[in-house]
Design a protein around this ligand. Sequence first.
Ligand code: AMP
Ligand code: ZN
Length: 462
Amino acid sequence: MEIYFYNTLTHKKEEFKPINEEKIKMYSCGPTVYSYAHIGNFRTYIFMDSLRRVLKYNGYKMKHVMNITDVGHLTSDADTGEDKMEKAAKKEGKNPREIAEHYTNIFMKDIENLNIDMPEIITKATDNIPQMLEMVQEIVKNGYGYETSTGIYFDVSKLDKYPVLSNNSVEGQEAGARIEVDSEKKNPYDFAIWIKAPENHIMKWDSPWGKSYPGWHIECSAMGRRYLGENFDIHTGGVDHIPIHHENEIAQCKGAFGHNPASYWMHCEFLLVDGGKMSKSLGNIYTLDQLQEQGIEPLAYKLFCYSSHYRNKLNFTFEGAKANQISLNRLRQGYANHKNGEENVDESTIKEFEKRFHQAINDDLNMPLAMGVVWEVVRFEKKSPKLAELLLKFDTVLGLKIDENPQQQTESIPEEVQKIIEERNLARKEKNWAESDRLRDKLQELGYTVKDTKEGTEISKT
Ligand code: AMP
Ligand code: ZN
């Protein structure tokens, strides 16, 4: 079945044609590990996960690289401000490597809890410094780079076209607004590819221009080239990468080896909070741990992300996420009901469900539509292990672990039911088994299943 992806480069949905029919080469911009990743960041990694899983569902193998940025990302995506890693190190009284290790470990744990299908190669920027320096030297040799008192800059006026992704759209104008005046730059959009380190800078390497360190954009260009070569299929990131980071990656590749490296550039829209921007100053940046404190599993957050197409903005609210925890429980219960069912379902019905699911995911990862099919299967009146099997197949794309036990009900239990549970607990304490059984039947009639365990009585909606 054909796959269609929206390509930011051409501004349209295109049929996906891989370079190699068997293996897809893909690069994803990874986290800058100076702090905790927030749920907005994870929306982008959930999108990356869906993309991998959809390609694998279609029979492709993957060679996928994700970087860990542990140097060179300045506090402004353009070339001003401090290195984020060094700033965090100063604040926390540690060295940048300790900061990187600490937050990388937390990121990896979060990614695992989200059941993100791991890229084949995860690489740190600081493990690729020689490749970055080599690329900077090529750019300079080819006439696209020049030296200033602060570093080596890329001369965008040497390109046939710049920008190519943002295409003078709103994103492009935003980028313009962020450009700072630097009298040594030849053009306002020129950007640093290699930065001369001030005396007190900790992370720095020898180069023909003295002790210095890489610019954030050159890192991804060099790592992509090292592991995937000069032509690969897909490059991903969040929409904020379109106007600066990815624009500059393309420019650098053109300067070093003459062309844009990726056929498809794909970007995930932003997660908003209460209809607005997530920002530290508003105090509305949430981590997965904070969601868990409110009884929301990481996988319920993942399900929440499927409620909107990745190219649409998604508004986060705790109510919305809690509703998805309940939905995740129902999904798992629905899977269990089919697994334990004994009815038969026609092959044609199963094929039709499969086809509709497959069409939805192949249509630029339309997860809301695919979830619609999933719910139809869950709610199908005949309960059959064949449908449980189909749901498991769908879960290779969803990655929701639908075969796990549903979490204890998070819906509040009505007072009437609560009273019967208490009466029953009393009856059991008094070893009045007849009364306890009678009350259990009564709960059953009201739609609640009771299970007595060593730890106590568990109650769930039937
Ligand atoms: P960073 O660690 O800042 O480089 O960001 C990691 C990833 O998260 C990048 O791909 C960003 O584009 C993405 N990102 C940042 N904020 C959001 C957000 N609010 N919603 C979705 N993705 C985001
Ligand atoms: Zn990148």
